[in-house]
Design a protein around this ligand. Structure first.
Ligand SMILES: C[S@@+](CC[C@H](N)C(=O)[O-])C[C@H]1O[C@@H](n2cnc3c(N)ncnc32)[C@H](O)[C@@H]1O
Length: 260
């Protein structure tokens, strides 16, 4: 049987859901409430802007789908905010971790392991689709985006984050694996593909992201400086980096309310 890119992506993320590395959780028992709380504390300390982008509590009562739940930290916030939650991920590790996590708090979600390039939900099922740092890992991101558009109700909203090609974090990959490795001709796309997390990762300029989301009526993108951009720079310098140089691009897209 041939191995697809998404088989390799899945194998990478099955090793451990992101954000659950021992360096963040120390000696805490994996899967315990204290361990999950440490994972949550770490996530929102290093990526505090997630709350401003997602605005979890503004969506109370909505039917939402999260694509790529990972360790379930944001999924927990959607459930806490009183959304009717559905979540999918390519890995069993993510689905089992998220299920255990919600169980610990007495919260519920319809969680399924699947490849989001094909979603099993009828058209116009969701008020909101959320996906943080996921779509660019898949072999065919454009298929996931087409599926998001299909499963959103008319007027429904997508909130998410994808990687920014023209960012300090990506340029650092060029310095390390291009310039210092004696191969300065390597393209940024090639460096992101081979050196950022799972094999086949992609990053996009903001115009390229707008083209990917062209089926939506309104699309807003905003890049954000992250710790991954600032890492290895002295604080006085890193604090000057403007947000447009940031590795994360937040996306807020609305599906047309009617066919007219
Ligand atoms: C960087 S992690 C992000 C997880 C979570 N959203 C977060 O922010 O912590 C990427 C996740 O995307 C999932 N993923 C990658 N490709 C996918 C696909 N085609 N369908 C569903 N999930 C996918 C991986 O299994 C992994 O859990």
């Amino acid at each position: 049987m041939t191995t697809t890119l998404n088989d390799e992506v899945r194998a990478f993320w099955e090793r451990q859901p992101c954000g659950t590395q021992k360096e963040f959780t120390g000696a805490l028992e994996r899967g315990s409430k204290a361990w999950f709380e440490q994972v949550e504390e770490h996530r929102y300390r290093v990526e505090p802007f997630i709350h401003g982008v997602a605005q979890f509590t503004r969506h109370t009562g909505k039917t939402m789908l999260e694509i790529g739940v990972g360790a379930g930290t944001d999924h927990l916030q959607w459930a806490r905010a009183g959304c009717r939650c559905h979540g999918v991920d390519l890995t069993d590790a993510a689905i089992e971790t998220t299920r255990r996590r919600l169980d610990l708090y007495g919260l519920r979600s319809d969680l399924r392991r699947l490849d989001a390039e094909t979603l099993p939900f009828p058209a116009a099922s969701f008020d909101l689709v959320y996906s943080w740092g996921v779509i660019h890992h898949s072999e065919r991101p454009e298929r996931i985006i087409a599926e998001i558009h299909r499963v959103l109700k008319p007027g429904g909203r997508f909130i998410g984050m994808m990687y920014n090609l023209w960012s300090v974090a990506v340029l650092k990959q060029w310095v390390r694996h291009g310039l210092l490795a004696g191969r300065p001709w390597r393209s940024l796309d090639d460096l992101v593909w081979h050196h950022i997390e799972s094999i086949g990762t992609k990053a996009y300029s903001r115009p390229a992201l707008h083209r990917l989301f062209a089926a939506f009526e309104r699309v807003e993108t905003r890049s954000l400086i992250t710790p991954y951009d600032r890492y290895r720079f002295p604080g006085w310098l890193a604090s000057q980096f403007p947000d447009p140089w940031g590795f994360f691009t937040a996306i807020d897209a609305v599906k047309r309310a009617s066919a007219s």
